[in-house]
Design a protein around this ligand. Structure first.
Ligand code: ADP
Ligand code: MG
Length: 388
């Protein structure tokens, strides 16, 4: 689960990490009130969406007067912000964050993540703060340092290494040590999967300040944090994914036009690969799992058919625990809800296969049968005009 910047900053503040003071607003008038309450003469108005790259896209405005705060807030609220991370559709700005502006002397990139290669947490850092880290990785990888965190945190020699790599002044080493340790504490306490500070800045008072913060929480640890669950913003998530998760279905929206209904994550991935190999693109990943009922299968198909970009559906069921007759009944029920339907390719083998086939045939539903995955992907790609 991803958090908004304002949520991330308020959480990180509880771990004594230095963030600018600010507050969230949902109207221009409220933004001005916030600015008045914050001491200072310069504010930053920031669009709160689950995507970075706002600075370059007009989602971060530095304001020197309250009128400018009002104008910036009015321009952002209700607008659709398209950044290099949102995709072409962009994201609707429903909230803004107003915070004190910092005087930046130096900017760097600092993140803490789960490092699967080293089987531990690692800091990833770069002296090129404010830049997209993927760009730095591709253009100047030598300007990125990955530092695994040992069980006892970072040693003094490693803190010195960080300071040197980020070209920070030697006088700030104690603060740096405290900051890195606080990030590690926050990471474990929140069950995070990523804490990314871009930029971490040094201000003219020679203090650190986290000017931007992205925190991703591990969904598998969320049950331990009732308070954090409340931070979920469903507006930021794909509506079909939100619906699917309410039915216990593992659905991930993709950009293609062949809807997939598969049992088992591995088979679902293989199905998507096979579709791509036939020159077409999957519209989603959907693993119906083992213990499905006719109701959840119906909802699953209903979700697929609700996707306006869909041109075909590929059902790939290799029934073990999943029964083909349950899938067949779910397909028939969902089809009844959608008068206009895209072609459906069915590969249905395994448990209760014969019953599943008979149910479909007796229903008169127009489907294209495939004997194996290769054939199913060929038929689906042909249905969407792929080059199979
Ligand atoms: P994004 O990563 O989405 O572009 P950031 O929060 O990183 O958004 O803001 C972009 C840039 O705006 C930062 O790199 C920094 O230079 C500037 N900025 C952001 N917040 C502040 C602030 N509180 N004070 C001064 N400058 C800021
Ligand atoms: Mg940023």
């Amino acid at each position: 689960m991803n958090l908004h910047e304002y949520q991330a900053k308020s959480l990180l503040k509880t771990f004594a990490l230095p963030v600018p003071i600010g507050a969230v607003a949902i109207s221009a008038a409220e933004a001005v009130d916030v600015a008045k309450k914050l001491a200072g003469t310069c504010w930053v108005v920031k669009a709160q969406i689950h995507a970075g790259g706002r600075g370059k896209a007009g989602g971060v405005t530095i304001c020197k007067t309250l009128d400018e705060v009002h104008a910036a807030a009015e321009a952002m609220l209700g607008s659709v912000l398209v950044t290099e991370q949102t995709g072409a559709a962009g994201k609707l700005v429903q909230r803004i964050y107003v915070e004190q502006a910092s005087t930046i002397v130096q900017e760097c990139y600092l993140s803490l993540l789960v490092d699967r290669d080293h089987e531990c947490l690692s800091f990833v850092m770069s002296p090129d703060g404010g830049m997209d880290i993927e760009t730095v990785a591709s253009t100047s990888p030598e300007r990125i340092l990955t530092l695994p965190v040992g069980d006892d945190g970072l040693r003094d020699v490693e803190i010195a290494q960080v300071a040197q790599f980020l070209t920070l002044p030697l006088t700030i080493q104690d603060e740096l040590k405290g900051l890195l340790a606080a990030m590690v504490r926050a990471f474990w306490a929140l069950d995070a999967s990523l804490i990314e500070i871009n930029p971490l800045v040094l201000t003219e008072d020679n203090d650190f300040c986290l000017l931007d913060a992205k925190v991703s929480l591990d969904d598998n640890g969320l049950y331990r944090h009732g308070d954090l669950q409340a931070l979920r913003d469903l507006n930021e998530e794909d509506p079909l994914e939100v619906k699917a998760s309410a039915f216990g279905l593992n659905y991930i929206a993709l950009e293609g036009d062949i809807g997939c209904m598969v049992n088992g994550a591995g088979l679902a991935m293989a199905t998507m690969d096979m579709i791509q190999m036939k020159g077409a693109k999957p519209a989603n990943f959907l693993d119906v799992g083992g213990g499905v009922t006719e109701d959840t299968v119906t909802e699953g198909f209903h979700l697929l058919f609700s996707n306006p970009h869909l041109k075909a559906v590929l059902v790939n069921i290799f029934g073990g625990i999943v029964r083909c007759d349950i899938i067949a009944n779910g397909l028939i029920r969902a089809s009844a809800m959608h008068a206009e339907r895209v072609p459906v390719v069915l590969r249905l083998v395994g448990t209760h296969e014969q019953a599943g086939r008979e149910i479909i045939e007796a229903s008169g539903l127009d489907v294209r049968w495939a004997n194996n995955l290769d054939e199913a992907a060929t038929l689906a790609a042909a249905a969407v005009g792929g080059n199979a």
